[in-house]
Design a protein. Structure first.
Length: 401
């Protein structure tokens, strides 16, 4: 099978992918979720004319008389009502958020009055009619469209939904990702290693990438290089309702690379296998009914790079989330040799000098070296057959988290 250009592979990966269905969740569980249904106001806010300040509620005409004296006939706080009506020459002591008494339309703040007696105030300066009042419906009225479908819910939108009297919201279901690591040589972190064994690290980076775009994750552990063992974990993923099955390792062409065979037997239709990119050439993608199957390379750096380039966009689209790679222009801090037929993603140290991003590629780019991946701020993108570049030449830089 010929190598597939990276952009073609991504296009095929995302073809016909749309948001999953909606589910109703309590308001407290709606943070960082995408709305499946728009939010419409169930009430008017404020539901009545309310005081915006602590002060005295009165008629607008009385508020405009410097030195004017008014009789204080009562008091009203937030959460209560003044039962009477205010006439000319009268006022009511009022606190922020309280409903304006009948007959009033203005609040004079307490700093602008003297109170020579308990039952009287004197205005120090005039106030315009209508001041310091929040009119009913100032924020929204019943039936107003407040937040549109597809919005990613943050703190302010959650507060708005609550104030509109929503206890639950309908949001896009989170994609469920099942992760399967493969390899006889793999052991969990904290294990004592025997001859030829290494620590399994890929699943943790894959899971972090999935969660970064709002997906839920089940880590099914490590399958040894046996078809029955891999098949058992694939069946667990299907039974759990996974939307995406991600395997790590075993997707190449060696005698012990069994993932393709097992997934095909389970019903997967292969879409593509092997990408014209570095690192990440042995990436595999197929579909098993409504389940997407993504076979990531076993080399740790390749696994992380492919998670950024392929897994994140796929999960974001399933979850209805906006996603765009953060691509910036930078200047090279070290020369880079000419490229071949594969698109390169080169780990680089990033710094800023005089407002300009400088990307300095690491000298060794072996895809087993996680230390340089962790130290990278981004990946320099090298197009196929791109000529050699020198220090100071511009480059495209994909930022990574």
């Amino acid at each position: 099978m010929a190598l597939v250009p990276m952009e073609t592979a991504l296009q095929r990966l995302l073809e016909d992918v749309g948001p999953l269905g909606g589910e109703s969740v309590p308001l407290n569980d709606a943070y960082d979720r995408v709305l499946s249904e728009s939010i419409v106001a169930l009430r008017t806010q404020p539901p009545f004319n309310a005081s915006a300040m602590d002060g005295y509620a009165m008629r607008g005409a009385d508020a405009q008389i410097t030195g004017g004296e008014l009789a204080v006939i009562g008091e009203v706080a937030a959460g209560s009502m003044f039962s009477g009506s205010v006439e000319a020459g009268q006022c009511v002591r009022i606190f922020t958020g309280a409903p304006l008494p009948a007959g009033t339309d203005t609040v004079v703040i307490q700093e602008n009055v003297d109170r020579p007696a308990d039952d009287m105030i004197r205005l120090r300066e005039p106030s315009a009619a209508g001041r310091n009042v929040r009119r009913a419906g100032l924020d929204f009225t019943t039936g107003d469209l407040l937040v549109e479908k597809g919005h990613l819910m943050r703190a302010s939108a959650l507060s708005l939904a609550a104030s509109a009297n929503h206890a639950r919201l309908t949001v896009v279901r989170r994609p469920l990702v099942a992760i399967i690591a493969t390899g006889d040589e793999l052991r969990l972190p904290g294990s004592e290693l025997g001859p030829g064994q290494i620590i399994s690290s890929n699943s943790y980076g894959i899971a972090a990438a999935a969660r970064a775009v709002g997906a839920d994750v089940i880590d099914l552990g490590i399958a040894p290089d046996r078809e029955d063992a891999i098949s058992a974990l694939v069946k667990q993923a299907v039974a759990a309702g996974a939307n995406v099955i991600v395997t790590s390792g075993g997707a190449s062409v060696g005698d012990h690379d069994l993932v393709h065979k097992v997934l095909t037997r389970a019903g997967m239709t292969l879409d593509f296998w092997r990408i014209a990119m570095r690192p990440g050439k042995p990436l595999m993608f197929g579909r098993m009914d409504n389940i997407r199957c993504l076979g990531l390379p076993g080399n740790p750096v390749a696994s992380l790079v492919c998670s950024q380039l392929f897994l994140k966009p796929l999960l974001a689209r399933l979850g209805g989330r906006p996603f765009r790679q953060d691509i910036r222009t930078a200047m090279l801090g070290a020369p880079v040799s000419a490229n071949d037929h594969r698109q390169d993603f080169v780990r680089a140290a990033i710094e800023e000098r005089d407002g300009q991003l400088i990307a300095t590629p690491f000298g060794v780019q072996d895809s087993s070296m996680l230390r340089t991946m962790a130290a990278s701020g981004g990946l320099v993108i090298r197009a196929p057959f791109q000529p050699a570049s020198e220090i100071g030449d511009p480059c495209q830089l994909m930022m990574i988290g």
